[in-house]
Write a protein that binds this ligand. Structure first.
Ligand SMILES: COc1ccc(C2=NN(C3CCN(c4nc(N)nc5sccc45)CC3)C(=O)[C@@H]3CC=CC[C@H]23)cc1OC
Ligand SMILES: [Mg+2]
Length: 373
């Protein structure tokens, strides 16, 4: 019954503190690491459950709250304890896409089913990620590369794991969706998660410019000029709405540099931990060491400046243009964060290097050791 389900989906002695944090669930500035700590390491469950309640999705799709919690807790437990691609990353990306969906331009754009699919895709998109890249799995003849013929190996695997978990009767929170709705949810989720493979980044950047220009042309000026959303995007084709959702999840997946510096640098520590563990394995296996993965020659600041300039800033500039002025904060954070890393580099020459900066995160490397094989 309802009274057995805690307010944020999981039992925690810090419910008051979690409530305070969840007041910011609609804000770009939510501290997902605090949510993880105060939810007893259930950030993905508590964020998803809170968003579902807030968006009234439990009523709209007659979802059993208990089955939703069962699914979320099981999904969360299938994220591995790796430095970056853990359940906190899934919670972070899910909360980010929730905020992007709140942008006034999209007030009348997506159906409830598309919103359900988008949040689901974000929550599942990296489940059971082993903390190494597709290329590493291919180069090391990993079972997963064999299974998926070297094609979007990690993304295919996460989708398969996530949908497998849904087959468990106790976790099937979408049982009351019609067959047609289930088919659409599955179709949109597959499309969005496969698009988080960075090998698809170029294709997304190719089409985004012309696609957004066509959308701006269609943008309807609301006749009632004093309404809050005087320029909402209305797209008649589901195909176009899914393309927008695909870009939105890709933006959310590449949103670390759009966050406040104190949050962003924690993600940098984590991704570099993960890349350096992979580089250690490549080195000891006599394999070529992948870009940014060699801890002995790592230039963390340069890698971030390259990541921002080559990938993150161009993508977010396209996105911000479409929803102007609603993503200015993201562009401002990207700019100040890039400048901070440039300042770190300019500061190197004058700073006497007494000790190397070790990453501030100490991670249990048991998941990484599994891969040593
Ligand atoms: C916080 O800091 C970070 C967070 C995430 C990543 C990721 N990086 N990549 C790729 C990006 C392109 N990459 C580049 N390769 C080469 N050769 N040159 C260059 S210049 C610039 C990049 C680059 C390879 C890794 C992934 O696929 C991850 C899985 C899905 C999304 C993004 C994730 C990266 C971060 O900081 C670097
Ligand atoms: Mg991924």
């Amino acid at each position: 019954s309802m009274d057995t389900i805690p307010r944020f989906g999981t039992e925690t002695p810090h419910e008051a503190k979690l409530a305070e944090l969840m007041d910011n669930i609609d804000a770009w500035g939510l501290n997902i690491f605090d949510v993880h700590n105060y939810s007893q390491s259930h950030s993905l469950t508590s964020v998803m459950y809170t968003i579902f309640k807030k968006r009234n999705l439990i009523e709209t799709f007659r979802i059993s709250p208990q089955k939703l919690i069962n699914y979320l807790v099981t999904l969360e437990s299938h994220y591995l304890d790796v430095p970056y691609h853990c359940s906190i990353h899934a919670a972070d990306v899910t909360q980010a896409i929730h905020v992007l969906l709140l942008i006034p331009s999209f007030e009348n754009t997506f159906t409830d089913l598309e919103i359900l699919a988008a949040l689901f895709a974000a929550a599942i998109h990296d489940v059971d990620h082993p903390g190494v890249t597709n290329q590493y799995l291919i180069n090391s003849d990993n079972e997963l590369a064999l299974m998926y013929n070297d094609t979007s190996v990690l993304e295919n695997h996460s989708l398969a794991v996530a949908f497998k978990l849904l087959q468990n009767e106790d976790c099937d929170f979408i049982e009351n969706l019609s067959d047609e709705q289930r088919k659409i949810l599955r179709q949109i989720s597959i499309d969005m998660v496969l698009a988080t493979d960075m090998s698809k980044h170029g294709a997304i950047m190719q089409t985004i410019q012309s696609f957004h220009q066509s959308l701006k042309a269609k943008q309807c000026k609301d006749s009632n000029s004093n309404s809050s959303t005087n320029d909402s995007l209305v797209l008649t084709e589901q195909k176009e709405r899914v393309q927008l959702l695909r870009e939105m999840l890709h933006c959310a997946d590449l949103s670390n540099p759009t966050k406040h510096l104190s949050i962003y640098t924690q993600w940098v520590d984590r991704i570099m931990d993960e890349f350096h563990y992979q580089g250690d394995r490549e080195r000891s296996a006599g394999m070529p060491i992948s870009p940014m993965c060699n801890r002995r020659t790592a230039d963390i600041e340069m890698a971030q400046i390259g990541f921002i300039q080559a990938i993150v800033e161009p993508l977010w500039q396209m996105w911000a243009q479409l929803v102007y002025p609603h993503c200015q904060q993201m562009l401002d954070n990207i700019d100040s964060n890039r400048q901070w890393y440039e300042y770190q580099i300019s500061n190197r020459s004058s700073r006497n290097n007494t000790s190397d900066k070790t990453t501030s995160q100490s991670h249990d490397s048991k998941e990484q050791d599994k891969l040593k094989g």
